[in-house]
Design a protein around this ligand. Structure first.
Ligand SMILES: [Zn+2]
Length: 163
């Protein structure tokens, strides 16, 4: 039988909770990391490494506890407003949304809450996983009126604007 081609069905967006430049740990855990200036850096693993039902013998980007199989992981560098050493930037989020749109186009992934979401949203929907209680991303520093639950829709709307 020929090998099953990689299947990538979903994209999960994170913040790194680190500095504004990707480091080695970030590259280990995400397929793409976006620096504070908007530069997209590739991680150690390609999305294809996650394009199957994963087992603990596989080598892949572990970015979303309970949700790594078939799922691309993208992160903006930094954290929430006031986070030391850095708050994630509008340049990095816009660049991440452009990269997500590119991946949606390339892998044939639609932009819906079930297929393009934040780690925060995944955690809300999967209470029994390590992702429960994750707060990335539950705020947009330059859009302070958005509630945590409105952030995912804001991000999907930005992604859609790049398609
Ligand atoms: Zn995360």
């Amino acid at each position: 039988m020929p090998p099953v081609p990689p299947q990538l069905q979903r994209i999960c967006l994170h913040w790194t909770a680190g500095g504004l430049t990707p480091n080695a740990v970030d590259k280990q855990h995400y397929h793409f990391i976006v620096a504070g200036d908007g530069t997209v850096v590739s991680g150690k693993y390609t999305p294809e490494a996650n394009g199957k039902q994963l087992t603990n013998r596989d080598k892949y980007a572990a970015h979303c506890g309970g949700g790594n199989s078939f799922t691309i992981g993208i992160a903006v560098c930094g954290g929430p407003k006031g986070f030391k050493p850095g708050t994630f930037t509008q340049a990095s989020l816009e660049s991440a949304c452009r990269k997500i749109a590119e991946c949606c186009h390339y892998y044939g992934i639609g932009v819906t809450p079930e297929t393009v979401y934040t780690h925060y949203e995944f955690g809300l929907r999967h209470a029994g996983t390590d992702s429960a209680g994750k707060i990335d991303i539950n705020q947009i520093p330059w859009e302070p009126s958005l509630s945590p639950k409105a952030v995912g829709d804001y991000i999907r709307q930005r992604v859609t604007s790049y398609l």
